[in-house]
Design a protein around this ligand. Sequence first.
Ligand code: ZN
Length: 170
Amino acid sequence: MRLPPEEDLNEWLAVNTVDFYNAINMIYGVLSEWCTSDTCPVMSAGEKYEYHWADGQRIKRPIQCSAPEYVDYLMDWIESLLEDERVFPQKVGDPFPSNFKDTIVTIFRRLFRVYAHIYHSHFQQMVSVKMDAHLNTNFKHFIFFVKHFELVGSDDLVPLQELIDTFERK
Ligand code: ZN
């Protein structure tokens, strides 16, 4: 598959960042009464993986926090980037910053952690509200997207590797 010219590629990454951000917000929002600081005192993906929050600016040293705190930090951080014209140009034709791809990579690596937490800790609840099919479709799209544009390294995908393998077998 041929990649579009760089500016078009950046536009495409930007549009999809907004789409995945909205989709994950919506999916995670369903879990608000189940994913609390009591049920999920750390942001984890199963027993082996735990994520600490740092944005490199306001919070420089990674802090341990509950899953809902982590997701709040993450969504606020992404929202502030999306609203910053120096990061996401608002007008067609305005240049993208030279480190745009790095920003996108960081956003997608962190968004993956929300899927990882949902699959490891809340999948049965997604089934109970009949959101599992939507979650699976959205996550499958996410994986194809991040693999195609090389946004999330294979090491970072390990917490959901078995599930990802089932996509590739089909
Ligand atoms: Zn949770």
